[in-house]
Write a protein of this length. Structure first.
Length: 409
């Protein structure tokens, strides 16, 4: 019996602390008092095993997010679609940083472009499986089991103690009046054994408890999805794939020989005129058009670079007329050991030393990127100041073949 009472005592206090803490966090976040840290429930397995389904995460706003961080953000800038995925790398587009993300359990990168203003914060704490309890508490049955029943038990126990103390106080008052004629008698002398602290402290605690429980209960039972909800979603989105087609219609379609990787591809349910969106995922990044051999470096943010071996290099911007001095070259010999900066050596030169175009076409003949130079730079290379998006430098201060140009070109 003694062990049962001890267990009940521990359970009662633990339940009270958990109830008070959870209700406080939810209430504060619901009314907008938590600005820098936000709690969310993970409702999919896209981040397993790092974050199990049903975990509660806490995301803290930061001024800097680095590859490898797990971040919570609004997909496509929509506050009603909250996603928690890992930041893989950053690219630069229109002088803005774009964050490329994916779920740890997903094979492909996410299809959206995440900007800094879309990010809620970086995940700083994970409580596995607690979200299942909170989700259950949002149901009528769960609210009764996890809020009403524990609250009833706590209030019942406290009322018993309160009545016991009131009884002691009444008894003390009776004794006082019986002995009121005794010298130096006082109410304090007879009531000092009464635990008045329990009586007077319990009243405001009960009021706060009822207020928080009422607010959290209404919040738990609210099924409306709004931008202000604290409970969010870590969503798993599988990247759509391209359905091969043999259509010969004028509208560009993806043929069975298309070598675009499954990541960042176009959904088959789009209109028939949908074409593959390449930029800014594939860009010319650096080249040495006057060296022997000539070489070209590509900036590629797809998870693989092998599909680029079906792309073409040319010295003019027309895929069909081949109006330049040299025919286009299939990049089958592309070195893809570094998928971010694959390079190709041209044993048979195709670029003029004193000025020419460097052009890359995809396997369908769509122009992907080009650059025009007008001077002979000898053994030096030309390249972008910032990988993939920066302006071109003619020539680069340092050649960085197969590596990043940032701060070096």
């Amino acid at each position: 019996m003694k062990y049962f009472r001890n267990f009940f005592y521990v359970f009662k206090n633990a339940s009270l602390i958990l109830l008070f803490t959870t209700a406080s966090l939810i209430t504060l976040s619901h009314f907008g008092y938590l600005k820098t840290i936000k709690p969310y429930i993970v409702q999919s397995g896209s981040m397993e095993p790092s974050i199990p389904t049903g975990s509660v995460i806490f995301s803290l706003h930061s001024k800097l997010y680095q590859p490898g961080d797990i971040i919570t953000f609004f997909a496509n800038g929509d506050p009603k679609t909250v996603v928690t995925h890992r930041l893989n790398f950053k690219i630069f587009k229109d002088n803005q940083t774009i964050y490329i993300t994916s779920g740890d359990a997903n094979e492909d990168f996410d299809k959206w472009e995440v900007r800094y203003e879309h990010i809620v914060g970086k995940v700083v704490a994970i409580i596995p499986h607690l979200g299942h309890v909170i989700d259950f508490a949002k149901t009528p049955q769960g609210f009764i089991a996890l809020v009403v029943v524990p609250a009833t038990i706590v209030i019942y126990e406290e009322l018993k103690n309160l009545l016991r103390e009131i009884g002691k106080l009444v008894l003390a008052i009776k004794i006082f009046f019986k002995k009121k004629k005794e010298e130096n008698s006082s109410l304090f002398n007879f009531a000092k054994s009464v635990n008045l602290n329990r009586i007077f402290v319990f009243v405001p605690i009960l009021g706060v408890f009822v207020f928080i429980t009422a607010n959290s209960g209404g919040y738990f039972l609210d099924t409306e999805k709004s931008a202000g909800n604290v409970i969010g979603v870590a969503t798993s989105y599988n990247s759509p794939t391209i359905t091969p087609t043999n259509s010969n219609s004028p509208s560009p379609t993806i043929s069975p020989t298309s070598t675009l990787p499954p990541t960042n591809t176009i959904t088959a349910t789009a209109t028939p005129t949908t074409t593959p969106t390449i930029s800014p995922m594939v860009k010319l990044n650096e080249a040495a058009p006057a060296t022997n051999p000539e070489w070209v470096e590509i900036y590629n943010t797809y998870p693989t670079a092998d599909f680029l071996k079906n792309y073409w290099l040319d010295d003019d911007t027309s895929f069909t007329s081949d109006s330049g001095n040299s025919p286009k070259v299939l990049m089958s010999s592309l070195d893809t050991s570094n998928t971010l900066f694959p390079t190709i050596d041209l044993t048979n030169p195709i670029f003029n030393n004193t000025g020419d175009f460097i052009v890359i076409f995809d396997n369908l003949g769509n122009l992907v990127d080009s650059v025009n130079y007008t001077s002979n730079f000898g053994t030096k290379s030309i390249g972008r100041e910032i990988d993939g998006t920066g302006i071109w430098k003619f020539p680069c201060a340092n050649s960085t073949k197969g590596a990043s140009n940032n701060t070096k070109c």
